[in-house]
Design a protein around this ligand. Structure first.
Ligand SMILES: [Zn+2]
Ligand SMILES: [Zn+2]
Ligand SMILES: [Zn+2]
Ligand SMILES: [Zn+2]
Length: 112
């Protein structure tokens, strides 16, 4: 099956089957199913919660403020669904899972 290409789920162009990033549109996880940002288990677009860890899969996009499915990107504005820690010494980029930084514990501005 070497050389067999799969369509990117974002741009629909055919890309190599082992791509972690789409070489054409630059988005991460272009192949396969959506994954929970917390536990990385496969999730479905119509789910409200992750069946493995119970994470709320409906979130408010930090960029456009609209309610979005918690995949890697917002379907409304195409922004990557991550927040950056406001601590200048940390700046850790993470999915908006909790209201505290996963690295330094400083409160994050996450709207839910
Ligand atoms: Zn693509
Ligand atoms: Zn999960
Ligand atoms: Zn958005
Ligand atoms: Zn931090």
């Amino acid at each position: 099956m070497a050389g067999y290409k799969h369509p990117c789920r974002y741009c629909d162009k055919l890309i190599p089957p082992d791509s972690n990033v789409c070489p054409l549109c630059g988005k991460v996880n272009p192949l396969g199913s959506f994954r929970c940002p917390k536990c990385r288990s496969p999730i479905k677009k119509e789910w409200k919660k992750c069946n493995n860890c119970g994470l709320d899969l409906e979130i408010i996009c930090p960029k456009c403020g609209k309610s979005a499915f918690f995949g890697d990107y917002c379907f409304n504005c195409d922004a990557r669904l991550t927040v950056v820690c406001p601590n200048p010494k940390c700046k850790f980029e993470q999915p908006p899972i909790s209201d505290k930084c996963a690295k330094c514990g400083k409160p994050l501005k996450v709207r839910r």
